[in-house]
Design a protein around this ligand. Structure first.
Ligand SMILES: Cc1ncc(COP(=O)(O)O)c(C=O)c1O
Length: 383
């Protein structure tokens, strides 16, 4: 399989697995215990805390380990719901469902901020939403298009209105530098499996001094901010993945792979549209629409050819609705339903990128032939 679905998840790096294994084999001691084995586990967790903090320019005590990205996001928003002032949650229209499903349940409601045709937040609409805002949550980079959001502008507007800000940095981590001090955000969510760490482990950055209300009550772990016995192996894995991500951040290979893939696809077939403003993209993500092709048909053909990628975002795959992200960008429904996301990881090779491009060219050609000739509506392929 050629795995071009890194925005859905990434494989564990061998170094991450090696670091986790001792904690899965014998290191079962509860890190809250007072005996030697427990203290070792506690030390390993604290080392990982330092590694994650270093990746985003935080202090170790500002890092709270969680049970994954969705939990980090919900924990951040839960606290903001409780402690931010009266008013509505203000979030971008292209947030992940972890944010959207949370804020739409709020009794005070939420305000969705528009994005432009390139997939970037519309700052003037954010400004307009400030009148009755309680807090702001805008993702650092979109999971579907890879478009990087203007968090500096978000911070400037929110600060003027004295509002706390959360950013979902789950897709940005390991793909672009993150510095919480320079940004000034109050809360930031991370998920280990998006940067070659294990699944089911995440972290929440909570700015020092920020008032915070925990979502999970219980034994008071993580300095009372996230109760529940820590997942030592997972946390250790996240720490090593974070340390490795920091060292390969400056590696420009990802963009080169993505660009080589895109160039070959665009040169090989007509009617390919690149979605999103290319000057603000994560280096690993390619979001393409294919004229006269239904994404679900393309996915079947590409799967047969051994290529893993996604239609829209992974969470939307299998559902008939076009993605909310593309609709928010004003992409016509027919184009939205003909789009695929290819997302590279540092484990992909140039040979894979080229082979995948050839497979895409072949699949699009086949799907268009099924329809006959000429221009026409999207084709639904059934094998
Ligand atoms: C932007 C974004 N936020 C949140 C999540 C949820 O993270 P997790 O899968 O770790 O719960 C994802 C995962 O797809 C994501 O891409």
């Amino acid at each position: 399989m050629i795995d071009l679905d890194a925005n859905a998840t990434t494989p564990l790096l061998p170094e991450v697995l090696e670091a986790m294994l001792p904690w899965l084999r014998g290191g079962h001691a509860n890190p809250s215990g007072s005996y030697a084995a427990a203290k070792l586990a506690r030390r390993a967790i604290d080392e990982a805390r330092g590694q994650v903090a270093e990746l985003i320019g935080a202090q170790p005590e500002e890092i709270v380990f969680t049970g994954g990205g969705t939990e980090s996001v919900n924990t951040a928003l839960f606290s903001l719901d409780r402690l931010a002032g009266q008013g509505r949650a203000v979030v971008s229209a292209i947030e992940h469902s972890a944010v959207l499903r949370h804020v739409e349940k709020q009794p005070r409601g939420c305000r969705l901020v528009a994005v432009d045709a390139g997939g970037r937040l519309d700052s003037s609409d954010l400004e307009a939403a400030m009148a009755d805002a309680a807090y702001v949550s805008v993702m650092m980079a979109n999971n579907e298009t890879g478009i990087i959001q203007p968090i500096e502008e978000v911070m400037e507007i929110a600060r003027r209105h004295r509002l706390p800000v959360h950013t979902d940095a789950i897709q940005a981590t390991g793909k672009m530098p993150i510095d919480v001090r320079a940004l000034g955000v109050d809360l930031l969510s991370l998920s280990a499996h998006k940067f070659h760490g294990p699944k089911g482990v995440g972290a929440l950055y909570v700015k020092s001094g920020l008032r915070f209300e925990p979502m999970l009550s219980g034994g008071g772990q993580e300095a009372g901010r996230r109760s529940g016995t820590e997942n030592t192996a997972g946390i250790v894995g996240m720490g090593v993945a974070a340390a490795m991500a920091k060292s390969y951040l400056t590696d420009s290979n990802l963009a080169a792979l993505r660009d080589a893939f895109e160039s070959r696809v665009v040169a090989g077939i007509e009617g390919v549209i690149r979605n999103g403003d290319p000057s603000f993209r994560l280096p690993n993500t390619s979001h393409l629409s294919f004229d006269q092709c239904d994404a679900s048909g393309l996915l079947i053909l590409l799967d047969e050819a051994g290529i893993a990628c996604s239609a829209g975002s992974a969470c939307m795959t299998g559902k008939q609705k076009p993605s909310h992200v593309q609709l928010a960008m004003g992409i016509p429904e027919i184009q939205a339903k003909s789009s695929l996301r290819f997302s590279f990881s540092r484990l992909n090779t140039l040979e894979e990128a080229m082979a995948a491009a050839d497979a895409v060219i072949k699949a699009v050609g086949k799907l268009r032939r099924v329809q006959g000739s000429g221009v026409g509506p999207v084709v639904v392929y059934s094998p």
